[in-house]
Design a protein around this ligand. Structure first.
Ligand SMILES: *Cc1c(COP(=O)(O)O)cnc(C)c1O
Length: 387
């Protein structure tokens, strides 16, 4: 069946093509050039902190380089939020290290500080002090950064902030992506802005950025011939992709507004739906870009579960999706250590990501609303015969 309303699709602003044409006109069709530098400067300004940004080929590549810069190597352990996309964890394995997964907490759905502390203390008692912590801002929601940073500082472990989904979000007024020793951003096609595919590493010093650029361009030593003292990677962003990124930066604020408007729409229509709860910011310290709007369904109250809604959407050619399946439940990570309870597991069973694009129309919203009202007012027959 062909989908007509997507979960999250690219939303061009119009000026992207101007920068792409400039790349063609000047023949900068390479993983370097004025758009790459311009895009990095745009991001640095947007993040509004003393940061240095390296534009890369993907968010996954950015995370890989962050781990390398944190000296994660063979046999090491890295703590990682369990409830996330696999790209948060895979680069740990690229480095020959083992992920140690940690549960989420109920306010932000992100790394639980209590379980994090338990994990750090227990790994240290086994003589396996974690080399880094990867915390995620899921669906745009900032994690409890004060608590997480305090634990990272107490045990002197670098924090890598996976902000792939949270560009435009803030915590206590500060931009997501700038909290950790490193932050990572993604510009994949489904993210809040896109370069068709791409990512960035957010650094706090010129040295760290220079090292990321060096590693991402095959680790070439200074010499007229090709000379290498280290293993490098081909991870730099293309000047053509960066052109799309520069155009997208001009509309980023309005994309955040658009996604937040979708969230308001869901708040409005779910208000009177029994057993349906929208994932919201816990208080005003947290400002989410609401990259995706997500609901949790209490089947006992709603008489419907997330599959009932997902399939009803699909019937009307509307895409929706269960939330990320926690990494500690994934076959590929079945042997990895895990700390916490069953919070992430329960969320996974009962939550659904809803169409959230900034380019959805009033007609799209009307279609979405109709399906949801239909599913949640149409209770099971057994309910109506109960006296
Ligand atoms: C998208 C995403 C990534 C990976 O980014 P790519 O650019 O697709 O490599 C990493 N972490 C999270 C949480 C993501 O959503």
């Amino acid at each position: 069946m062909s989908i007509e309303i997507w979960l999250s699709s690219p939303h061009m602003g119009g000026t992207e093509i101007k920068y792409v044409n400039q790349a063609f006109d000047t023949n900068w069709i390479a993983p370097l050039g004025p758009n790459v530098n311009g895009f990095e400067t745009d991001l640095e300004k947007f993040l509004n902190q003393e940061v240095k940004v390296a534009a890369l080929s993907s968010g996954t590549a950015a995370l890989h380089l962050a781990l390398i810069e944190c000296n994660v190597g063979h046999g090491d352990e890295v703590i990682c939020q369990s409830l996330t996309f696999s790209a948060s964890a895979n680069p740990i394995v690229y480095q020959g290290a083992t992920p140690v997964f940690v549960d989420s907490e109920k306010d932000t759905w992100n790394m639980c500080p209590v379980a994090l502390r338990e994990a750090v203390v227990d790994r240290i008692s086994r003589n396996k002090k974690p080399k880094a912590i990867v915390a995620v801002n899921l669906y745009g929601m900032p994690a409890k950064m004060d608590e997480i940073l305090a634990i990272a500082a107490e045990f002197d472990i670098p924090l890598i902030e996976d902000a792939a989904e949270s560009l435009g979000s803030t915590y206590k007024g500060r931009s997501c992506g700038t909290f950790g020793h490193f932050g990572i951003l993604s510009f994949n096609g489904n993210k809040i802005i896109t370069t068709s595919g791409g990512g960035a590493l957010v650094c706090h010093s010129k040295e760290d950025k220079d090292r990321a650029v060096f590693l991402s361009t095959q680790a070439r030593d200074k010499a007229p011939h090709y000379q290498h003292s280290e293993i490098g990677y081909n991870y730099r962003m293309s000047n053509v992709s960066a052109g799309i990124g520069r155009g997208q930066m001009e509309v980023l604020n309005s994309r955040v507004e658009g996604r937040r408007k979708m969230h308001d729409f869901y708040a409005e229509i779910t208000r009177n739906m029994d057993g349906v709860e929208l994932f919201c910011e816990p208080n005003t310290d947290f400002f989410s870009n609401h990259w995706l709007s997500v609901i949790t369904i209490d089947e006992a109250k709603a008489s419907k579960n997330r599959e009932d809604l997902r399939l009803a959407f699909l019937e009307d050619k509307i895409e929706s999706r269960p939330i990320w399946k926690p990494m500690h439940m994934q076959p590929v990570f079945k042997d990895a250590p895990y700390y916490g309870g069953d919070f992430a597991e329960k969320l996974f069973e009962n939550s659904l990501c809803l169409p959230s694009g900034s380019n959805l129309t009033d007609a799209d919203r009307a279609r979405i609303e109709k399906v949801m009202v239909n599913v949640f007012s149409n209770k099971k027959l057994s309910d109506s015969i109960v006296p």
